[in-house]
Design a protein around this ligand. Structure first.
Ligand code: G3P
Length: 218
């Protein structure tokens, strides 16, 4: 499963890239606002730090303006992936951009029927939001299962499921168990993936016992 960092924080992205743990980055208008940075400036920086796809979301809602914004964003770097809302205008733009060979990420997906339309529009990725469904007492993971089932019924579908709005380590392991192609995860949650108390305890024991041997490897 590809792991993307869901952030516009260049420091967090750089640290994760140094660890070799991320395959790309996703941003959205809220994450850009949180970063306090200029959108195009921070995107340029992010694209210089990671080789994989960097999702940059349009702000326009009508086809003509979306296409104009997409052209500006795509020009920032070769690994820019244009993020589009799952609306009729967004899907129309997705189809046009996909036909131009532009990577696309259709976002704010909350149903299998929406995901099917994103696939029909030739989306590179579709982003079903798990956490926001959980927030309203619906089963966000069930959405990923549904979309996986639907897409697997049609081998011609090349759109990748990019599980999004992931809030916990369990979300990440569960979408991997389901077979999501990718997951976009907040940096703090990515770092929690490595943690287990028995790993920590076991390493402490190994190091204590090694010290008792009085030996050194170097
Ligand atoms: O960036 C898309 C998605 O991951 C946002 O998640 O936490 O705002 O629901 P969240």
């Amino acid at each position: 499963m590809k792991l993307f960092a869901d952030t516009a924080d260049i420091g967090a992205i750089s640290a994760l890239a140094d660890l070799g743990l991320i395959d790309g980055v996703t941003t959205n208008p809220s994450l850009v606002m949180k970063s306090g940075r200029g959108f195009k400036e921070v995107l340029k920086e992010i694209c210089g730090v990671v080789d994989g796809p960097v999702s940059a979301e349009v702000a326009a809602t009508d086809f003509e303006q979306i296409m104009k914004e997409a052209a500006v964003l795509a020009d920032i770097a070769p690994n820019i992936c244009i993020k589009l809302p799952l609306t009729l205008e967004g899907l129309k733009a997705c189809r046009a951009l996909s036909r131009e060979g532009c990577k696309t990420n259709v976002t704010l997906c909350f149903s299998a029927s929406q995901a099917l339309l994103a696939a029909k529009a030739g989306a590179t990725y579709v982003s079903p939001f798990v956490g926001r469904l959980d927030d309203i007492n619906q089963d966000g993971l069930e959405l990923i299962r549904d979309i996986r089932t639907v897409f697997d019924n049609y081998p011609a579908i090349e759109t990748e499921i990019l599980a999004a709005s992931l809030r916990t380590v369990n979300h990440v392991s569960e979408v991997a168990r389901i077979g999501s192609d990718a997951a976009t995860i907040p940096p703090d949650t990515i770092l929690k993936l490595v943690e287990h108390p028995l790993t920590k305890k076991g390493l402490e024991t190994f190091l204590d016992d090694w010290a008792k041997t009085g030996q050194k490897i170097i």
